[in-house]
Design a binder for this molecule. Structure first.
Ligand SMILES: O=P(O)(O)OP(=O)(O)OP(=O)(O)OC[C@H]1O[C@@H](n2cnc3c(O)ncnc32)[C@H](O)[C@@H]1O
Length: 497
């Protein structure tokens, strides 16, 4: 008893001090862990939005993009969150009743109004970019094109978004922004990987854009676009062929066959058994063919299918000029084109048509592609209609021509061969976003792709908090050990001093 009393008397404050330090330490740990957990708990994601209207020659489509609101320098990933196809034709078709062009857009804009949270409406930029249809209308009748834009702007300004204007994109912009879209979505720009060329087939124009080692723009400055993206320089080759979209190319091919204004044309690009009465003035109502309108032709002609792929290819080839080239190498129509390089993504009508024909797999050799097309073109029209009851008749009637045109454009026009044809990938979407110029256009106008690679902290935030917590714990344990001399002795045999 007296020994125990001795011990208590020697260290009267040992136990309370240790308890106080321990309590403080435990509180410190709990506080640290709470801070780390609170900092890292998933917050409800907030988004920003951007809207782009693609006013194409055949139709208009609205796309909404979203990206995380809290990212600095707009470095968050941009994704398509809604697409809306406007009913009716492209805005250039409303030249005689411009107000209808504006009205046609309202349904999709209403959808956008529902989709974008109300508190983001006023800060959401809204762009309209028009492509080859409006380029042609502007060439043909610039005052009609101005009126269509006025009507469209009036309609768009009625919505609560931040309207940034409606304009015609140049062919060069259309090609370059299509290339940016494809490579952004594939993460090839940020990661500095080999880029993918872009092949876009619209209704009125077609674009080819790619990076080639032997192109620095000096041969043909009009085809050069220089970009600095994420700290890397790109010298892009791009060309847009106006009147070589699939609808205008079809007009050109028909115009080739109706030069002398016959009453009937036997067209190898349409199925046997197909026959329609068509109007000459409708066929030649486009600047792509208007100068070739036959004199003294009847009002209508009989368009009759013969279904012959190789003869169709002969007719299609005649719409290209391969004879003249003032450069070291050309694609067609005296347009410079450097050596094809790298993988390619082919979208829009390239995809629609090749997907219908079951030919999106480019490991199918080109000879097999042409064999299949020959068989398809030779299929009687009635049989084709029976086999595809749900497909729009206009598209269905034209797939033989469209497939032949695509193969001819790629191989004879751009010089793809059996060796590099497999480098092409027919694509519609990449990671949920449509391939096309709209995303690249918005990224550019909102400065979403920095010229320099953003400086990133050496550690991600969660890693930083975890390391701080572990170090704090270690320090605390060391601290407790440093108090060892003050620890109460827990011996079964009390020491008597
Ligand atoms: O770029 P521009 O030349 O202005 O044309 P666009 O913007 O209207 O062109 P799209 O990419 O929307 O469409 C390209 C073409 O594909 C056609 N098209 C769309 N859907 C199709 C489908 O399912 N099958 C076949 N063709 C289709 C459409 O009519 C056009 O002729």
């Amino acid at each position: 008893m007296s020994a125990q009393r001795d011990m208590k008397e020697k260290n009267p404050w040992h136990t309370p001090v240790t308890i106080i330090f321990s309590v403080i330490g435990v509180i410190a740990i709990v506080a640290l862990v709470t801070v780390a957990v609170l900092q890292n708990r998933p917050l409800p994601q907030k988004y920003k939005y951007g809207i782009v209207l693609d006013a194409g020659s055949s139709h208009t489509a609205l796309y909404i993009y979203e990206w995380p609101a809290e990212k600095d320098n707009n470095t968050g990933r941009v994704e398509q969150t809604l697409s809306c196809k406007v009913d009716g034709p492209g805005i250039s078709s409303y030249a005689s009743a411009p107000w209808k062009a504006g009205k046609s857009l309202t349904k999709c804009l209403e959808q956008a109004r529902q989709k974008v949270p109300v508190k983001r409406h006023s800060e959401t930029p809204l762009y309209l970019g028009a492509t080859a249809g409006m380029r042609l209308l502007n060439l043909e009748d610039s005052s009609a094109s101005t009126k269509v834009f006025q009507a469209v702007e009036e309609a768009l300004q009625k919505f609560p978004f931040s309207f940034q204007g409606a304009r015609i994109l140049s062919g060069q912009e259309e090609g370059a922004f299509g290339w940016v879209t494809v490579n952004y979505l594939d993460d090839r720009l940020e990661q500095n990987l080999q880029t993918r060329g872009a092949l876009d087939l619209g209704g009125a124009s077609t674009q080819i854009s790619f990076v080639s080692d032997n192109f620095d723009g000096s041969d043909s400055p009009d085809n050069a676009v220089a970009f600095r993206l994420y700290g890397n320089d790109y010298n892009l080759y791009t060309h847009s062929f106006l009147c070589y979209g699939k609808d205008q190319a079809l007009r050109k091919t028909l115009a080739q066959q109706t030069k002398s204004g016959p009453g009937t044309i036997l067209d190898p690009c349409f199925h046997p058994g197909y026959t329609e009465t068509k109007n000459y003035s409708v066929l030649y109502d486009s600047p792509c063919v208007s100068d070739r309108k036959p004199q003294g032709a009847p009002a209508t002609f009989n368009h009759t299918g013969k279904g012959n792929f190789s003869r169709c290819q002969e007719v299609v080839k005649r719409i290209f000029n391969f004879t003249e080239c003032k450069y070291s190498q050309c694609s067609f129509n005296e347009v410079f084109q450097p050596r094809l390089q790298g993988p390619f993504g082919a979208f829009s009508a390239y995809y629609f048509v090749m997907n219908f024909l079951n030919l999106t797999d480019t490991s199918i050799p080109l000879e097999v592609v042409t064999e299949r097309l020959s068989r398809y073109c030779a299929t009687p029209w009635n049989q084709v209609k029976e086999q595809h009851p749900g497909v729009k008749l206009k598209y269905l009637a034209e797939y033989c021509f469209s497939g032949t045109y695509i193969v001819t454009l790629l191989t004879k026009g751009y010089n793809f061969t059996s060796e590099n044809y497999p480098n092409i990938k027919f694509i519609k979407k990449i990671k949920g976003s449509d391939a096309g110029w709209t995303l690249g256009y918005m990224l550019n106008l909102t400065n979403m792709i920095p010229a320099e690679a953003p400086d990133s902290p050496p550690l991600p935030y969660a890693g930083y908090v975890s390391i701080v917590t572990v170090i704090a714990l270690l320090l605390f344990v060391l601290f407790i050990f440093s108090l060892r001399p003050l620890w109460p002795r827990c011996s079964k045999h009390p020491q008597i001093i």
